[in-house]
Design a protein around this ligand. Structure first.
Ligand SMILES: C[S@@+](CC[C@H](N)C(=O)[O-])C[C@H]1O[C@@H](n2cnc3c(N)ncnc32)[C@H](O)[C@@H]1O
Length: 271
């Protein structure tokens, strides 16, 4: 387990993933009934963009750094996301569990799972002020099934592994398939890096083998100068109504300032 998200926090792929998370959470909040967020690979929750890791890669500079101060009428989820980032601190960036915790209401719950002991310890401190958040220092794949179906019968599962090893694609697809058997109506957001278009497409097929009737593929590629990953994707199973349209609007808005292209296509269902 060598991966540390501190090297990548706030990059273009984080921007797309975190805005998508905001879209899903804001949709779930339209009903007063509570819901659960399960973040199977949560990270440390809070990143220092002036720290050694972030300044070594400069990925955040070519991501959130390009759009942090955007003003003006923005798509609602983008506005909410940027406000969350700005209010986290001058050189700080919130990870997915902190974004979720800050958007939850009293009746909602967050279960954030992190396997790395140091990351889990930091995350525990970061989420301490949030009564409805629980951190599990555990294996996200193993614990996910034990948390499903959630008592609320509503919610979203974010699977955002490091993909350090090629087998991780299979592990994620197997976890999603098993999870969907227990909680078929949940929304699942599965992040993946794109190094090979063929591998990405076959991964989407493996995710669909779990029986998803409704699934969207969101992909983002960066044209900003820099090293490292250039393209990433997110499969969203059971996306909320209007999710595709909102992500298209966000993509159009960000195309120039983020120097990134975002595409949205249905893998199954949709219109
Ligand atoms: C891409 S980062 C997560 C970023 C976070 N979701 C966000 O958006 O802010 C992946 C995290 O998964 C953790 N991890 C790796 N294998 C794991 C496993 N089997 N179960 C839970 N966490 C794991 C890593 O330590 C790392 O912190």
């Amino acid at each position: 387990m060598n991966y540390r998200h501190a090297y990548h926090a706030g990059n273009f792929a984080d921007v797309a993933k975190h805005v998508a998370l905001v879209v899903v959470l804001e949709h779930l909040k339209k009903k007063s009934k509570g819901f659960v967020v399960i973040d199977t690979h949560a990270g440390r929750g809070l990143y220092d963009l002036s720290g050694v890791e972030a300044t070594r890669t400069c990925e955040a500079e070519a991501g959130i750094g390009l759009i942090r101060d955007l003003k003006g009428p923005l798509p609602a989820a983008l506005e909410t996301y940027l406000e969350l980032v700005r209010t986290t601190g001058a050189s700080a960036y919130p990870g997915s569990p902190l974004i979720a915790a800050r958007l939850l209401r009293a009746q909602d719950r967050l279960v954030a799972i992190e396997k790395h002991p140091e990351e889990a310890a930091v995350l525990t401190e970061v989420l301490r002020p949030f009564a409805q958040a629980r951190v599990l220092h555990a294996d996200g794949y193993a614990r996910l099934a034990t948390l499903l179906p959630p008592q609320e019968r509503r919610g979203v599962v974010l699977l955002d592994p490091p993909f350090e090893q090629a087998e991780e694609f299979r592990a994620v697809a197997a976890a999603v398939t098993a999870a969907m058997r227990r909680f078929a109506t949940g929304t699942y957001m599965v992040w993946y890096p794109i190094k090979s278009a063929a591998r990405a497409t076959s991964f989407c097929g493996e995710l669909l083998a779990g029986g998803a009737n409704s699934a969207l593929r969101v992909e983002i590629s960066s044209d900003a100068p820099g090293e490292g990953m250039r393209m990433a994707g997110l499969v969203v199973i059971n996306p909320p109504f209007g999710f595709a349209e909102q992500m298209v609007a966000v993509g159009e808005y960000l195309r120039v300032p983020l120097a990134a292209r975002l595409t949205v296509s249905w893998l199954s269902g949709g219109s």
